[in-house]
Design a protein around this ligand. Structure first.
Ligand code: C2E
Ligand code: MG
Ligand code: MG
Ligand code: MG
Length: 287
């Protein structure tokens, strides 16, 4: 099929773009009821301590089991959920499920045997501006009997660039309660490093692009210097550094030498069902 594009030029219609548009429309229609229908589920990916290899926690990653399209990744539907406002109830659901799961991991091991398994949950910028965030979080923690220090909320660097005090207020309150705040995808947002002091964050999650540049051996010396600089700045501000997207042992080793604290990636485990994390942590604890 060809479309007239003015004058004598003809442009081929982009069938993939058409398919994307149709799907986007279809997804937007199906999205509002998906939560009530129970079509969302959460996978968990372990966070591993680079020093000793122990599992310290997990990041909750939401998926949509769509009746026609199968399992959809969050990149496909989170933007739509943000656009339609569903992100607020969806985000609250993810938070509640994940915190319950953290409680279940603890209970399954008679309380403490696993050590403190922490849970990381992603927050959309839309949730930050929603007035119920602090209250909802407090209620979820109280209902589940999980302490605030077992929870880490991840906010992308780009969501906080240029954030004014009103936007930071709920994060500050959560941080004061003992909830950790992580700056996700750090290094992609061109934020002013000095700005970090103003933010109530306690963890930097280095973006996957840094990990990717550690793929070659020896890695690009400039990239090494950049990561080294970020890590030393973070540590001097009392921030822990987590790295995303670790796919090889060589990357893990390089990032460990550079002083990163925690890692996450396919090298350790892909995101998976909650039982898997439990098994990984248990294997880890018993040798
Ligand atoms: P993110 O928070 O930066 O999560 C990390 C992403 O990297 C996840 O993609 C994860 O599956 C993927 N990943 C982990 N290890 C590796 C690796 O070794 N190599 C590669 N190539 N990728 C790896 P996923 O699950 O598709 O999630 C994409 C994004 O969707 C997340 O990025 C996060 O921003 C967003 N997201 C996921 N769940 C939620 C949620 O519950 N609420 C909100 N607001 N956003 C969410
Ligand atoms: Mg994240
Ligand atoms: Mg991330
Ligand atoms: Mg990322």
């Amino acid at each position: 099929r060809a479309k007239a594009a003015g004058g004598n030029r003809f442009e081929l219609a982009d069938p993939e773009a058409d398919a994307r548009a149709i799907t986007r429309h279809g997804l937007t229609t199906a999205l509002p009821t998906a939560l009530d229908r129970g079509e969302f589920f959460i996978e968990y990916q372990p966070l591993v301590h680079l020093g000793d290899g122990s599992v310290r926690g997990a990041e909750a990653l939401v998926r949509w089991l769509h009746p026609q399209h199968g399992v959809l990744s969050p990149d496909r539907f989170i933007p739509l959920a943000e656009h339609t406002g569903l992100i607020v109830p969806l985000g609250r659901w993810v938070l509640e499920q994940s915190v319950r799961q953290a409680r279940a991991w603890r209970d399954a091991n008679g309380g403490e045997e696993l050590g403190p398994l922490r849970i990381n949950v992603n927050l959309s910028p839309c949730q930050l501006t929603h007035p119920g965030l602090v209250q909802d979080t407090v209620e979820i923690l109280e209902r589940t009997g999980v302490t605030p220090d077992a929870l880490c909320l991840e906010v992308t660097e780009s969501a906080l660039i240029g954030a004014d005090d009103d936007l930071l207020k709920p994060l500050r309150r959560l941080a004061e309660m003992g909830v950790d705040i992580a700056l996700d995808d750090f290094g992609t947002g061109y934020s002013n490093l000095a700005n970090l002091r103003r933010l109530p964050v306690s963890v930097l999650k280095l973006d996957r692009s840094f990990t990717q540049s550690m793929q070659q051996f020896p890695a690009d010396p400039v990239d090494l210097k950049i990561v080294e600089g970020i890590v030393s700045l973070a540590h001097s501000l009392d921030l822990a550094v987590t790295v995303e997207g670790v796919e090889t042992g060589a990357q893990a080793e390089q990032l460990r030498i550079l002083g990163c604290d925690t890692a996450q990636g396919w090298y350790y485990a892909r995101p998976g069902p909650p039982e898997r994390l439990h098994d990984l942590a248990l294997v880890d604890a018993t040798g």
